[in-house]
Design a protein around this ligand. Structure first.
Ligand code: CRA
Ligand code: PLP
Length: 820
């Protein structure tokens, strides 16, 4: 049933009225951006009705609520996604056509709300979609950064960062909620006072700076169930407007500082993926949104419940990595200092309300804060962490008497640092990894001591993705084809896709499948021509690696292999070679110099290869600028080959890998992260697996690495590729790529040369690439592989992941909003 508001005539009328009301213009006079705003307001109107209805249902049914606490929500555009979930995309598309408008152009006007870096932030967005679709009451809690993930421009082959001013024209899908504002306190000191009535000490936080946290709510629509949940992101404002009053009171300096704090705190997202920079402002951001979110959650609970000791029956806080882990101590603070509970009672509640997800074993990502910084910024919270630590160390000593190694390795505070992961594990009742292999590595390597002491907390939740955005919206041709073959139930039950397996040998179906792939490749080719000015041939193999740029993800292996192929074609022009387009997309953290150099290298190789007439266009290299959710949708749909080539053990899960698979691209990858489970679902014969295993890598690492020199000295083709980095082949400046060369070979490279085993895996990768080519040449075989990837991707829906979180960790109640 389509909602009344989406009857075409009503819809058109409403859009025209909005244009008039908002801009005093007729439709003909309005810009595309203004029409986007008008359309969005019409859609928001429908959503608000459902939002109210959901609130009413929640109030009546009083379900348990999950608060998904995350520094990042990489939402992507809302308009198209909302239309899909409201079941109104088709109608609205037609209505806009009748007004002479193209829905794609209208959607393109929306800035990507990019309040996240990559996988972790996008996972949070997929989870919100699934929670709403599965009828669970959930809040996303985060920060309303004024500037999200930077925009990437490529100039002369270099990445240049530009600010992402996503709020410039006003964002139509947000709602300011000043009535729910909260105060958050920083700095100052703790005064201890004896309470003669309770016969105990009271802790009073004084001399602090205060910031007002003002929430903005974004609606999260469920699929066809009228559920609308809330993503609540916090903005910061000064408590009182800076004025001469404070000057008069001699408090001028403090007033200025408070004003500055409010201005800076939510200014910008730190653009680091899997890396901790240790900046004070970052800790302020963390405490800011955590404190505001917890205060709001507790206020909400208390509105309808009077026993705070039963908080855990209605509330769970899921901590998305350690970024919001200060929540543990903040909850203790609120329960003790504001609710008046004793330590044991507060601890009992806290440890039943908090759960932690680990997303990485990369050591540079582990959050550790210097005691000095932490205790200065959050004196009362630090005191509480000290006490948690003191009690935990007693527990360790009780369990392992005399074993000081254990204390050293497991303490929350040690060596002048507060270790956030340890705090999360000690206080959380659940600790989960994000793919089977990752969880095993946590249990047996990284968190071994904790697993031995508290095995019952550890569990796995393999990541997932939402098919509503990444198939229904991103790949409408394939979505329609799937529905045509097996009906529409896959939209909320992705396991249905396995019904497509019967078409694996059906020539007509295979041909249809590949025709759709071809059209999607044409769509991407058009995008590339418009945005990069490069012409690519949709008949060539589209071999794609899109993800954040990181050495462990090994874009360098990919581009070195491109150079190797180029050399081969040049040396043997007669050699049979299936035309290939290597497509890259990746942002590098602004301060990650080597990653930026790798981008420059990819672009330099592209320059040489794409302009070498002698290779007859057999090879093309394209770097897509500003990879983000909106172009990701187009990219996944057009891929022939999905490059998932991280050093085994380093990629906790990956989610891009799942999106490629869903869209019918076989994986070329290592046995890492969720690739392992992808191969298990689709069968090794329908993927291209290569490289060292995680056991081998970990083994090498524990024994001081391996010797890349040996490969350099014994494999002349690899040596040639490496020499080309420094002999002027790709840059007249022979020093340009010296650091990359050194990273692979120089003994002085820290912690050792070729830390990510690029040379070690090179031959195996090249051989797997050869298998890709062979498979692709056999059209029928390839079509079958591609189709089977889609057919076997059912497991990787975030609906499955969320249901597992609900069953094993959150124990939420289903809510009914839509009456039938
Ligand atoms: N960088 C992992 O590296 C994983 C996502 C989501 C990451 C990915 O392999 O798919 O999380 N880790 O679980 C992370 O951010 C802080 O750690 C990521 O996105
Ligand atoms: N960035 C964007 C825009 C994405 O859509 C995804 C996909 O999941 C990611 C990053 C994460 O990619 P990967 O899992 O390959 O690291």
């Amino acid at each position: 049933m389509i909602d009344k508001q989406f009857e075409k005539e009503e819809f058109k009328k409403s859009v025209k009225e909005n244009v008039k009301f908002l801009y005093r213009k007729t439709l003909e006079e309005a810009t595309q951006e203004q029409i986007f705003q008008a359309v969005s307001y019409t859609v928001k109107d429908v959503i608000i009705d459902n939002w109210l209805k959901s609130q009413k249902a929640y109030e009546k049914q009083d379900p348990k609520i999950v608060y998904y606490m995350s520094m990042e929500f990489l939402m992507g555009r809302a308009l198209g996604n909302n239309l899909i979930n409201l079941g109104a995309y088709g109608e609205v598309k037609e209505a806009l056509e009748e007004l002479g408008l193209d829905i794609n152009c209208i959607e393109d006007q929306e800035p990507d709300p990019a309040l996240g870096n990559g996988g972790l932030g996008r996972l949070a967005a997929c989870f919100l979609d699934s929670l709403a679709t599965l009828n669970y009451c959930a809040y996303g809690c985060g920060i309303r950064y004024r500037y999200g993930m930077f925009k990437q421009e490529i100039r002369d082959g270099y990445q240049v960062e530009a600010p992402d001013n996503w709020l410039k024209n006003g964002y139509p899908f947000e709602l300011r909620r000043p009535e729910y504002a909260k105060e958050v306190h920083f700095g100052g000191y703790v005064r201890v006072e004896w309470d003669p009535v309770k016969n105990e000490n009271k802790f009073i936080h004084e001399g602090y700076q205060a910031v007002k946290a003002v929430p903005y709510d974004m609606p999260i629509t469920g699929y066809n169930n009228d559920v609308v949940n809330t993503l609540r992101i916090w903005d910061a404002e000064p408590i009182v407007d800076f004025n001469l009053d404070s000057f008069d009171k001699g408090d001028y300096h403090n007033a200025v500082e408070q004003e500055n704090l409010a201005r800076t705190i939510v200014e910008v997202l730190y653009p680091n993926d899997n890396h901790m920079a240790g900046k004070e402002l970052r800790l302020k951001q963390q405490y800011f949104f955590v404190s505001a979110s917890l205060q709001a959650a507790i206020a909400k609970y208390k509105k309808t419940h009077d026993d705070i000791t039963k908080l855990h029956e209605k509330v769970v806080f899921q901590m998305n990595d350690t970024h919001p882990t200060v929540a543990v101590a903040e909850l203790m603070r609120i329960l003790i200092d504001e609710e008046g509970l004793g330590w044991d009672q507060a601890w009992d509640i806290t440890t039943k309300c908090c759960a932690y997800t680990n997303h990485t074993i990369m050591s540079e990502a582990l959050e550790k804060w210097p005691i000095e910084l932490f205790s200065r910024l959050l004196p009362r919270v630090y005191q509480i962490i000290e006490e948690i630590n003191r009690r935990f160390i007693l527990e360790i000593q009780q369990k392992y008497p005399g074993n000081f190694e254990k204390v050293k390795k497991m303490a929350i505070i040690y060596d002048g640092q507060v270790k956030m992961a340890h705090l999360a594990i000690v206080a959380g009742y659940s600790v989960n990894g994000v793919a089977r292999l990752h969880t095993e590595i946590l249990k047996n390597q990284e968190l071994k001591d904790f697993y031995e002491m508290m095995p019952e907390k550890f569990n796995n939740k393999t990541n997932g993705i939402t098919q509503r955005r990444f198939l229904a919206h991103g790949n409408p041709l394939l979505a329609d084809w799937v529905t045509d073959k097996i009906g529409p139930d896959w939209i909320t039950d992705l396991s249905q896709l396995s019904k497509l397996k019967v078409y694996a040998d059906d020539e007509k179906a295979l041909q249809e499948f590949m025709t759709i792939k071809f059209k999607n490749k044409e769509r991407l080719a058009k995008y590339i021509l418009e945005h990069n000015g490069v012409e690519v041939d949709p008949h060539s193999i589209f071999d794609i690696q899109v993800k954040r740029l990181h050495e462990y993800k090994r874009q360098l292996l990919n581009i070195l292999h491109v150079i190797y192929l180029y050399n081969q074609i040049k040396a043997h022009p007669e050699m049979e070679f299936y035309p290939r387009t290597f497509i890259f997309g990746a942002k590098a953290s602004a301060a990650y110099a080597r990653a930026k150099k790798i981008i420059k290298l990819i672009n330099c190789v592209a320059d040489v290869v794409n302009n070498d007439a002698s290779i007859n266009g057999k090879l093309k290299v394209v770097f897509i600028e500003n990879y983000r959710v909106s172009n990701a949708e187009i990219i996944f749909a057009a891929a022939d080959v999905s490059e998932q080539i991280s050093t085994a053990s380093k990629e906790a899960s990956g989610t891009g890998n799942m999106k490629f698979m869903l869209n019918g691209a076989p994986t070329l990858g290592t046995m890492d992260g969720a690739n392992v489970e992808i191969v298990q679902e689709v069968g090794e014969e329908n993927a291209f697996i290569f490289g060292m295993s995680s056991d081998q890598i970990i083994n090498y690492e524990n024994n001081g690495g391996y010797d890349p020199d040996f490969i350099y000295n014994t494999d002349p083709e690899i040596r040639q590729v490496l020499m080309q980095l420094i002999n002027g082949t790709f840059s007249s400046d022979t020093e340009m790529f010296r650091d990359i060369y050194n990273s692979l070979l120089d003994k002085r490279n820290m912690p050792r040369p070729d830390q990510y085993f690029i040379l070690g895996d090179f031959r195996s990768y090249a051989e797997a690439q050869k298998r890709v080519e062979e498979a692709y040449k056999d059209e029928k075989r390839w079509a079958k592989m591609a189709l089977l990837n889609t057919a076997c991707s059912g497991k990787f829906t975030s609906d499955r992941t969320i249901q597992e979180y609900v069953d094993d960790i959150w124990h939420l109640d289903k809510v009914v909003v839509k009456e039938n």
